[in-house]
Design a protein around this ligand. Structure first.
Ligand SMILES: [Zn+2]
Length: 170
């Protein structure tokens, strides 16, 4: 059976654990450009180096088709260049005979993807979102604290970020 190609947006790249769970993830150069902070960029670079993420450009014909569709349904103002590019890439892959799905939490993107008859998965509802979340942790007291704290309110030690089991998002 042919492996499914999964087209991912910036959120899936930022959520690195989710990305690693996907077989072949592809994204576009504009999505990579949209990753502003160094940490997210580094994650993307590591994923690319590990062969977990491929960067492909959709052809301009497909970008134009998706932009036209978005204009017709009125969602174009809500979409970034990166959003349009992943939908265009997914459409191009689908029309070249690939089995493709798009992973996004953006409603405007989801809507377009579904209109084009392409499978769409949400990071939040598909269960592929990482079950881990990070919280400040005091290595001396061995306790987790609320987000935003930098020092332990009990002993004053510098807090570090550690993964905790996340509550299920609904
Ligand atoms: Zn402490």
């Amino acid at each position: 059976m042919r492996r499914r190609v999964v087209v991912v947006d910036a959120n899936a790249i930022i959520d690195h654990d989710a990305l690693l769970a996907l077989e072949v993830a592809v994204t576009t150069p504009s999505v990579i450009d949209e990753l502003r902070d160094g940490h997210s960029r580094l994650r993307a670079e590591v994923s690319i180096a590990m062969g977990k993420l491929k960067v492909l450009s959709p052809s301009s014909e497909y970008v134009a088709r998706v932009a036209r569709l978005a204009e017709q349904v009125g969602s174009l103002p809500k979409l970034s260049e990166a959003d349009v590019s992943i939908v265009a890439l997914a459409l191009e892959l689908k029309e070249s005979g690939e089995s493709v799905a798009v992973v996004t939490d953006d409603y405007a993107v989801m809507d377009l993807v579904r209109r084009l008859g392409i499978e769409c998965r949400s990071l939040r509802t598909s269960g592929i979102r990482s079950t881990r979340a990070w919280a400040p942790y005091c290595p001396a007291c061995r306790r987790f604290y609320e987000r935003g704290l930098r020092e332990c309110p009990v002993c004053g030690a510098k807090l570090t970020l550690r993964p905790v089991r996340a509550r299920k998002r609904r």
